[in-house]
Design a protein around this ligand. Structure first.
Ligand code: SAM
Ligand code: SF4
Length: 482
């Protein structure tokens, strides 16, 4: 029997990349690869890259510089280390990576990673391999499903891609070029995936897509199903305690999705609904095709259906032509909506996008200053949102042992981390917790009396080995310089 080969994947960027990294592990497992946390002793290193902002892309080349050294050291020790660049930088830069970085053996775009075993063989046969096609076939049909042990090791919360690509063409964004046009996976395949995850202890599913509420996959009745309809069906799968979805576009909020929030207790009342700007002039220049009034109306529809719903958003400051007045309108919108958290970014011109040609740029100093002001406002809203939890009893889905001995950490409906002193047999259960205090973004509390006496909510097997789960954070998050 040959020894397993070690695979190290470093993922950058969005949750789609986190999910893709897991699927690459599943694709390479039948080839004898097992994951390692350390790049230096790996036989195969994959950089799963992000192209959304300039800083994110640049990181790839600095990482490749380090890998050049590690690869040379491996060769000196008589080992072969292969290096793969995957993800959106691979898609956008393709041959340029091969030209600039001789350390790279394979370049593979996000729609082609099911071809990784063949590409590695090609590289081994003496060449360097590139695949940045947008194949017509659904790559998911070619990916092996994760093994039960892999699912269990990944914890009780899982992403499932239901939709990929984007046809919206916001003028600042590379996604339509790197991920291609919108494709929805068929309903039956998603049900299979979720059923398999549930059978192996997963309790929470986050459906992901670049434009997830644009989902329109073929249903078993031969008609396209909307995201809301899909959620109703998934909520019937035994063992699934919580459903989430991300990222939504304000233009694609259909009535079935609103109804699903009204009707499904498993559908968490927490929606990431990026608006990008509070100025109608800037929204038009961004080609968002919605106004602030449209956005407010969408928020009202959600709130009418479920009063405890909370929102997060993405904002871009310093889009070309953004005046102080436009920015003031963004602050006004944030004040009016009241967010539980948000991501805010300085505008980063991306080659090939329409906005990159706009001349009326905003100075770095103005961008920096606006970012701080926006972030301060969002931080204050997030702190108030978290502080409002103190003294209340809220449901927490427990995920894993915390860093502090004896503590178990889980997440509230709003993805706030919540810590309690308890034994680890509560992992995988949704239990009421009385929140006593707040430490930065984490809630501290104790299991509510009722939960100590009551039967566990979990009705699916609890995974024996639990690793930290990567899940979307509500922390307000400033990405500077990118
Ligand atoms: N589809 C989602 C939507 O429309 O809201 C967004 C997906 S994008 C991967 C995530 C976020 O990155 C965007 O919401 C936007 O705020 C930010 N972003 C995208 N392109 C950017 C750019 N050129 N500069 C700065 N931020 C950018
Ligand atoms: Fe990018 Fe706009 Fe599509 Fe979101 S909707 S992925 S921001 S083009």
């Amino acid at each position: 029997m040959t020894a397993p080969r070690k695979l190290h994947i470093k993922s950058y960027g969005c949750q789609m990349n986190v999910y893709d990294a897991q699927r690459m592990v599943d694709t390479l497992a039948p080839e004898g690869f097992v994951e390692t946390a350390n790049a230096d002793d790996a036989d195969l290193v994959i950089l799963n890259t992000c192209h959304i902002r300039e800083k994110a892309s640049e990181k790839v080349y600095s990482e490749l510089g380090k890998l050049r050294v590690a690869k040379a050291e491996a060769a000196q020790a008589g080992r072969t280390m292969n290096v793969v660049v995957a993800g959106c930088v691979a898609q956008a830069e393709g041959n340029e990576i091969i030209r600039r970085a001789p350390v790279v053996d394979v370049v593979v775009g996000p729609q082609s990673y099911h071809n990784l075993p063949a590409l590695l063989k090609q590289a081994k046969a003496g060449g360097r391999a590139l695949d940045t096609e947008f194949p017509v076939e659904d790559k998911f049909s070619f990916l092996p499903p994760p093994k039960p042990a892999a699912i269990r090791a990944r914890g009780i919360s899982s992403f499932v891609t239901v939709q990929e690509g984007c046809d919206k063409f916001c003028t600042f964004c590379v996604v339509p070029y790197t991920r291609g046009s919108e494709v929805s996976r068929p309903v039956a395949k998603i049900i299979d995936d979720v059923q398999r995850l549930a059978d192996n202890g997963v309790r929470e599913i986050t459906l992901i897509g670049q434009n997830v509420n644009g989902y329109h996959g073929d249903g078993p009745d031969g008609r396209p199903w909307a995201l809301g309809t899909l959620l109703y069906r998934l909520a019937e799968i035994p063992g699934i305690a919580r459903l989430r979805y991300s990222t939504s576009h304000p233009r694609d909020v259909e009535d079935t999705l609103i109804a699903a929030h009204r009707d499904l207790p498993a559908l968490m009342p927490f929606v990431h609904l990026p608006v990008q700007s509070g100025s109608d002039r800037i929204l038009a220049a961004m080609n968002r095709k919605h106004t602030t009034e449209d956005y407010r109306r969408v928020i009202d529809r959600f709130r009418d259906a479920r009063q405890d719903i909370a929102f997060t958003s993405d904002f871009i400051v310093g889009f070309p032509g953004e005046t102080e007045e436009d920015f003031a309108a963004t602050l006004a919108l944030v004040t009016q909506i009241g967010y539980a958290g948000a991501y805010s970014f300085k505008y980063s011109p991306r080659p090939g996008t329409p906005a990159a040609d706009l001349q009326e740029t905003v100075s770095q100093a103005d961008m920096d200053e606006r970012l701080v002001r926006l972030q301060n406002l969002i931080d204050s809203q997030q702190s108030a949102f978290n502080a409002a939890t103190i003294g209340r009893t809220v449901d927490v889905l427990f995920e894993r042992p915390a860093r502090n001995p004896g503590q178990i950490v889980g997440r509230t409906a709003y993805l706030q981390p919540a810590h309690v002193m308890a034994s680890d047999d509560i992992i995988g259960q949704v239990l009421p917790v009385t929140i006593e205090s707040l430490e930065r973004y984490s809630l501290l509390g104790s299991l509510a009396r009722d939960s100590l006496a009551s039967a566990p909510v979990a009705n699916s097997p609890v995974p024996p080995v639990l690793q930290p789960v990567v899940s979307q954070s509500v922390s307000s998050h400033t990405v500077t310089g990118a």
